[in-house]
Ligand binder design. Structure first.
Ligand code: G6P
Ligand code: MG
Length: 218
């Protein structure tokens, strides 16, 4: 029986995936490194350092240059999330959170971002969430299962009683590696490995989601 849902944040509850992309694009442009929206698909859900490595590839930057670039990108990102309000919750997010709470299902955020707390506060959902696992919680980033296992532990639940909701391939991989149920949001080319694939959370009810997952086991 499912007793907890762990939501990724960027690209799942709010469109901050777009802000991450724009911040990386600005940095890449400044550095004269070719990078575009399509390249960015590989960065979805990927940690800050790993994202930078995917952009700079084998260009010979020193560690201090890499540090400076990560800081610069983060400054652009932090600037762009300042004006986030509850209106920036993606369609269907608040309805599902409320329904889950009413059903007594525990809710966690499982985000690789060190800015997750700020975004959760600005979205006005801090009171709806029982635990936040973020970029400070564990060492190994997704696709390692560690972050989601940490979140489940915070909720006091075993992995097999948790669902992970993700928009990134690395996140689905992490959820599966954790032994959790997975719901992928977006195209099958990206999240097709998930138990259930949906275009977005718009119009999705808890009853419906539960039924889809139950169909897999019966
Ligand atoms: C999330 C986002 C990624 C981002 C990562 C680290 O997983 O989907 O795009 O790179 O968090 O975020 P941070 O805010 O710590 O740089
Ligand atoms: Mg995401």
């Amino acid at each position: 029986e499912i007793r907890g849902v762990i939501f990724d944040l960027d690209g799942v509850l709010t469109d901050t995936a777009e802000y991450h992309y724009r911040a990386w694009q600005r940095l890449a442009d400044e550095e004269g490194i070719p990078f575009n929206r399509e390249d960015n698909e590989a960065l979805r859900g990927v940690s800050r350092r790993e994202s930078l490595m995917l952009i700079v590839k084998n260009r010979p930057y020193t560690e201090s240059q890499l540090q400076e670039m990560m800081e610069r990108k983060n400054n652009y990102y932090v600037e762009s999330i300042q004006n986030i309000t509850p209106k920036d919750l993606l369609p269907g997010a608040i309805a599902l959170l409320e329904e889950l709470r009413q059903a007594g299902i525990k809710i966690a955020i499982g985000s690789a971002s060190k800015n997750a707390h700020t975004v959760v506060e600005k979205l006005g959902i801090a009171d709806q969430v029982d635990a936040i696992a973020d970029g400070y919680s564990v060492q190994k980033p997704k696709p390692a299962p560690d972050l989601f296992l940490f979140a489940a532990h915070e909720l006091g639940l075993p992995a097999n009683q948790c669902i992970v909701v993700e928009d990134a391939a690395a996140g689905i991989e992490a959820g599966l590696a954790a032994g959790m149920w997975t719901v992928g949001l977006g195209p099958v080319e990206r999240v097709g490995a998930a138990h259930v694939v949906l275009p977005s959370l718009a119009g999705i009810t808890w009853a419906e989601l539960k039924a889809k997952l139950n169909n897999l086991v019966t």
